[in-house]
Design a protein around this ligand. Structure first.
Ligand code: HSE
Length: 445
């Protein structure tokens, strides 16, 4: 119900009762959400069964002129806006963690469904948010929190709800994919490729969250939680970024028919005790060029899912940007609004499996090791025995002659991460090993 004095904007004129929206955040994504709701209001009203009415927009600086938005819709008081009786759905596109957490929790407690694009918030506080949504019998949607426009939360929660998901592996950060692709296609080093990403607006002024893998780790936590029906937070995700990847690593990868991608890898596996466990990790990964994820270039994202009955699936598209992210947000708004108009709820959190989350050391990986070693009789035999003493089987060994030493590139078969990392420590202690240039994990196709 709209009170006579309260401001409201009705972008659509379809049939049925109105659904009140509070938009929190009016940056790149919020502006696009408003544009799409305005431009396609009539169609959305038909799809929902009632028009969307924007009751207000909370922004940090309402003195800034906002084209096409009635000034009376703008407010700096998000808490007052969400409490309005005529607000049914709260759309959070602010970013950050603590402030959005407070507002979103307040909205859920006030009985409003919430649509958020905030991966850091969902990855850190999913349990608290899901519990609040459950207690209030409202919806919590967050499709836009993982890989922008790409529908993956919905497909995992709904379309694949009858299947057994074995792994979810994805390129879920566009900034790092742009940097690695630039290094791969031009031979440029990391610093120059990051500078280019910054110049073109892909990388933020402080790129830490992207290049150190934290953004991808949040998305991995969300994907693993949904895929494996277990609560996984960003703190459970092993995380390594791309800032140590060198032009020489890229060149070595290319020579072996591989490319390097920053992957979020979520897997279900059988642990040493013979029980099901899950792992979630983010690290640079060598992929054979024949792998479907290897051809995901520029700032695109893709998520590769393996499920028992469905087999292999891949979801590809724009992982960031105002309009692509707004598309996912608005899809959720339509879902939540349909539920308001027709009744029903979106699938809530599912944690029944409650599987143990393995330490990174318990997972199985393969290593690509690039070393400088002494070039003399017996060195290869000495190093090969070290691998074999540690129970690590070697897949390929490549040696290049240099002036006073040799470059040795070793690819292992799969082994426990803890055994592989211990072997690297033992290699470092060997006098014949002059330097370990890089250790990059490898996936097969
Ligand atoms: N910064 C992210 C990326 C987009 O580069 O993909 C938002 O998660």
């Amino acid at each position: 119900m709209t009170s006579a004095s309260a401001p409201s904007f009705n972008p659509g004129k379809g049939p049925g009762s109105a659904v009140g929206i509070a938009l929190l955040g009016f940056g790149t994504v919020g502006t696009e959400v408003m544009r799409l709701m305005t431009e396609y209001g009539d169609e959305l009203a038909h799809r929902i069964g009632g028009p969307l009415e924007v009751r207000g927009i909370a922004a940090s600086d309402i003195s800034k002129p906002r084209e096409g938005v009635a000034p009376e819709l703008l407010t700096e008081d998000a808490f007052a806006l969400i409490e309005r009786e005529d607000v049914d759905i709260v759309v959070e596109v602010i970013g950050g963690i603590e402030y959005p957490r407070e507002v979103v929790l307040a909205a859920l407690k006030a009985g409003k469904s919430v649509v958020t694009a905030n991966k850091a918030l969902v990855a850190a506080h999913s349990a608290e948010l899901a519990d609040a949504a459950e207690a209030a019998n409202v919806d919590l949607y967050f499709e836009a929190a993982v890989a922008g426009a790409i529908p993956v939360v919905g497909p995992l929660r709904r379309s694949l709800a009858g299947d057994q998901i074995q792994s979810v592996m994805g390129i879920v950060n566009g900034t790092t994919n742009f940097i690695l692709d630039a290094m791969d296609s031009t031979g440029a080093d990391y610093a120059d490729s990051l500078a280019e990403a910054t110049r073109l607006g892909y990388a933020e002024a402080d790129p830490t969250a992207d290049v150190e893998g934290h953004d991808a780790a949040s998305k991995a936590a969300i994907l693993a939680s949904i895929a494996f029906h277990t609560r996984v937070t960003a703190d459970d995700v092993y995380c390594e970024g791309i800032s140590n990847i060198s032009a020489a690593d890229i060149e070595a990868a290319q020579q072996a028919g591989h490319t390097i991608k920053l992957l979020a890898i979520c897997e279900k596996f059988t642990n040493k005790e013979g029980k099901s466990a899950i792992s979630a990790r983010v690290h640079p990964t060598l992929l054979p060029v024949s792998h479907p994820l290897a051809s995901v270039n520029k700032s695109f994202n893709a998520i590769f899912v393996e499920a028992e009955a469905a087999g292999r699936l891949m979801f590809y598209g724009n992982g960031a940007g105002g309009a692509p992210t707004a598309s996912a947000v608005l899809g959720d708004v339509v879902g939540a609004a349909r539920n308001k108009v027709h009744g029903g709820r979106a699938p809530g959190e599912s944690t029944y499996a409650n599987l143990p989350i393995a330490d990174f050391g318990e997972t199985t990986t393969r290593y690509h090791l690039d070393m400088d070693v002494e070039d003399r009789v017996g060195v290869l035999a000495e190093l090969a025995s070290l691998f074999s003493e540690q129970g690590i089987s070697l897949r390929t060994i490549r040696q290049e002659e240099r002036d006073d030493d040799a470059r040795l590139i070793v690819v292992t078969h799969s082994a426990l991460e803890s055994d592989l990392s211990r072997t690297v420590e033992l290699l470092k202690a060997k006098p014949v090993v002059k330097a370990i240039n890089s250790v990059i994990r490898l996936e097969r196709d």
